[in-house]
Structure formats: C-alpha cells, structure tokens
Design a protein around this ligand. Sequence first.
Ligand code: BTX
Length: 332
Amino acid sequence: MKREVLLYLKNNPHEYVSGEQLSTLFGVSRTAIWKVINELKREGYIIESSSKKGYRLSPDSDVLNSFEISEELKTKVLGRNIIYFDQIDSTNNYAKRIALEGCEEGTLIVADCQTSGRGRLGRDWNSANKKGIWMSLVLRPDIPFEEVQMLTLAASVAVVQALYEVAEIKAGIKWPNDIIINGKKVCGILVEMNMEIESINFLVLGIGVNVNQQKEDFSEELSDKATSLKMHLEELGIQKILKRTQLIAAILLKFEAIYDKVKCGDFGYIISEWKKHSVTLGREVSIIYKDRQYRGIAQDITKDGKLIVKCEDGTVKEVFSGEVSVRGLLGY
Ligand code: BTX
C-alpha cells in the first residue's frame, strides 16, 4: 500500500490530501495511513503535513531507490534491472560479483553511500551519503579488448550531455575519465573488465557524480579540486533542486544511445562529441607512467580513444588510459 499512497500523492502534487480521504481511498485506518506517511518520510520523502489540510508531497524530494529510478527511466535495456543499496562498500565491487554470477546486461547497481568507493589505480573515491550518484552498470558488449577505452569516452560524453540537458550545466572532459567544471572534478568514471583468453566476459562501468555537496562536505585535500553540481549552480546564482533520479535517467538514456554505437564499432560521433567537450586537447600535459614522467602537448585522440601526445623531445606517443595519470599543467 505504501507505493499506492506514494503514487497518489505524486499524482496530486498541488493539493493537500487528508488522512481521512486516503484511508477511505485505500480502505485502511487513519493510523495505518499515518504509519505509511511516517515510513515514507523516513525514506527521505518530504511530505508537508498540516493537521487541518492533510498531506502533500514536496516536489523537492530527492529520494533514491529502485522505484524512483524506474519511474524516470526511458531506456530500453540499461537499468531495467536495478539493485539499490542505502550503503555499500563499492557499487563496482558488487557489480563485479553479480556479473560473475551471470546477471543480465544493463543491470544497474546504485547506492546512496559508498564506504570504500574506488577511483583508478587504487585511489579512493569520496561517496558521501545522499550527496551524489554512485552507480555501476554491468555491460556485456561483444567488442575487442582494444575498443574498451571507447566506453570511458562514451560514458564521459553521455554524462556531459546529460548535465547540459537536465541543468544546462556546461562541463568539460579531461582525458581519460574526469568530468570537470571550472577546473574542478565533478564526476569520475571507472571502467573495469573481466576477460577470457579471447574475449571480454563483462565490463563494469562505474560513474560517480557529485550532486549536492557543499564545500564543507569535501575534505581539505579535495576542496581545491572537487566541486558539485549544486555548488556550481550556486556560484552562478541559480537555485535549482537537482534530483539524482532525473540525472541518472538522463545519463543512462544518453549512454544507451552511444553504447549502441560502440557495439557496432561506429565511433565517429563519440570522437567528435568528445573533442567538442575536451579540456585536454591542445593543453600541456604530464604523463606519469610507473616511475617515468613525460611532458608534452595533447594533440588529438586516435580513432580508438588513445591520447596522442607530442612530447618535449619531439617524439609522439599514443597513451592508453590504463597505464597513465595525466595532469594538466596549467590547471584544466
Ligand atoms: P580517479 O582515480 O581519476 O580519481 C580519484 C581521485 O579523485 C582521488 O585520488 C581524489 O584526489 C579525487 N576524488 C576522490 N573523490 C572525489 C570526489 N567525490 N569528487 C572529486 N574528486 C574526488 C575516478 O578515479 C573514478 C571514480 C569512479 C567512482 C565510481 S562511484 C561508483 C563506482 N563505484 C566505485 O567504487 N567507483 C565508481
């Protein structure tokens, strides 16, 4: 009955509905309705209550769960199976576990909070409770190993497009996997792979987006280099409630269209969109690989997504994301 009450409140967003009306409608006592309302509030729904008028669901509620996500989703395959956690170590870890057990393509793992969110090369990813999108998709594309890099690029393009569509936010892509706003990281992408000898068994695409953090939500170390969508909008003087479910749905829809292209080996659109939003090309970069470091200018990307760097000694290197850390020398 909880879902029915919720749907009723959602479908009547402008009116207060009295406890009596709800109890008649659903054939239960007013106490039962009161309990349901309290449960919904505990789940994070903002329900305005007035003893005279009744209950009204605030459109500002930013609740993450499978039901809310599927209400927003317009995809065909991605996110059709959703597994939600209020807290988990890492959605990528969980996705890898269930992928090994054979879960279906497009399964989405999403959490309000990660206790051991991971970035690349063993780095941590700060995943504060209810402040961002921490999600992973299980993908089973029939593509050669060399094309996996395209998925990171494809996901970056999808995130940038979705941020613009939902909130008119113009973000840039720093090769290989960061989404940047005004020189600060707002989103990171982590693609992990499981391979057989010849072919890819599955991929896990992890996406972390900072949505509602304030400056004080980031550690001192991060506060100089991280931002959130909310912080960015506030800097622009825009007060906008960002709903994580809406952003997730937009990212998945954009990604699904681009992912279909990756599966067909059609990379032209991805490369051109990636270049349009790149904050790396034409900039001086520092490539750190094991104990070596090169400097050079990021000139272009190859048609399978490697970064082409003209080094200071005149040599040209093609850099594959798994091996390096790239730092813009003059900020982003
Ligand atoms: P990365 O290795 O490029 O970035 C990690 C670095 O980014 C950290 O060392 C730190 O300096 C900085 N950082 C950490 N947390 C944040 C944050 N919230 N915002 C901005 N900067 C931060 C990027 O790796 C890939 C991140 C993927 C995260 C997703 S969340 C869902 C999925 N599950 C999981 O464990 N990881 C992925």
